[in-house]
Ligand binder design. Structure first.
Ligand code: FPP
Length: 244
């Protein structure tokens, strides 16, 4: 365990599109909600594994702005899972030193999920071992549109000089400017899409797609993704020293 940690360059921030819960359930002839339940177990397992490996920030795409289009029963099941997660794991998050954050239009989430989230974020605010970011009612376009609205309002009120707009200023209008851009983005279950996830933040992120379905994703799969990340040559648009 320790050798992995010392040999590998561990990404500071990993973001994950947790896809494949439905297919996992279908393969077993179970209702889709069983897949989400197994997906919630994977959330616990992978959060723990990421913490053990020294990943500082883990962002999980738990509910998108498009997920409201799913049948009401499935949306309800996802909200109950989230509510149950917050009830049953808050104590553990606190004890493990995990700081919970959210990104997304969380004001649009139903009660009691909304107030449980606010409570969990507040109770874990001072924790420093790891930051777990749940993307909830999140869409990359919604985030950029919300930023544009706040920028327009600040400019109209004279709080922002349009001449001063640059990437550093723009970033301050994202949902949580403190969170660094992801170094590695993992998508499970094989789809080669961004699905409206972190459109601004993923500009230079390394992408890793695995066929493993989210409920099956474990510590070993996470290590494989990090090993692959270690073989990438990150240049951020420049060229590397050896090419000079
Ligand atoms: C995608 O699988 C997954 C989701 C839309 C929801 C993710 C939610 C969880 C993992 C559980 C709840 C989260 C927490 C934080 C407790 P899919 O249903 O699109 O799968 P499919 O593409 O195979 O149908």
């Amino acid at each position: 365990m320790m050798s992995e940690k010392t040999q590998l360059n561990i990404p500071r921030h990993i973001a994950i599109i947790m896809d494949g819960n439905g297919r996992w359930a279908k393969k077993r002839l179970h209702p889709r909600t069983d897949g989400h339940r197994a997906g919630a177990d994977a959330v616990i397992r992978v959060t723990q594994a990421a913490r053990d490996l020294g990943v500082e920030y883990l962002t999980l795409y738990a509910f998108s702005t498009e997920n409201w289009k799913r049948p009401a029963e499935e949306v309800g099941a996802l909200m109950s899972l989230l509510s149950h997660f917050l009830d049953s794991k808050l104590e553990k998050l606190i004890n493990d030193g995990v700081r919970l954050k959210t990104i997304g239009r969380t004001g649009g989430l139903p009660e009691p999920v909304r107030s449980k989230l606010l409570n969990a974020v507040e109770k874990t605010r001072q924790n420093t071992a790891q930051t777990l970011v749940l993307a909830l009612n999140y869409g990359g376009r919604a985030e950029l549109t919300d930023a544009a609205g706040k920028i327009a309002a600040d400019a109209a009120a004279g709080r922002l000089d349009p001449e001063k707009m640059d990437e550093t200023v723009f970033r301050q209008y994202l949902y949580d400017p403190e969170i660094p851009d992801p170094d590695l983005m993992i998508r499970t279950s094989g789809e080669l899409r961004l699905s409206n996830f972190l459109l601004w933040q993923l500009a230079y992120t390394e992408l890793y797609v695995t066929d493993v379905l989210w409920p099956d994703f474990d510590r070993n799969d996470l290590v494989c993704a990090i090993e692959q990340f270690n073989r990438r040559d990150r240049r951020f648009g420049a060229i590397n020293e050896s090419s000079l």
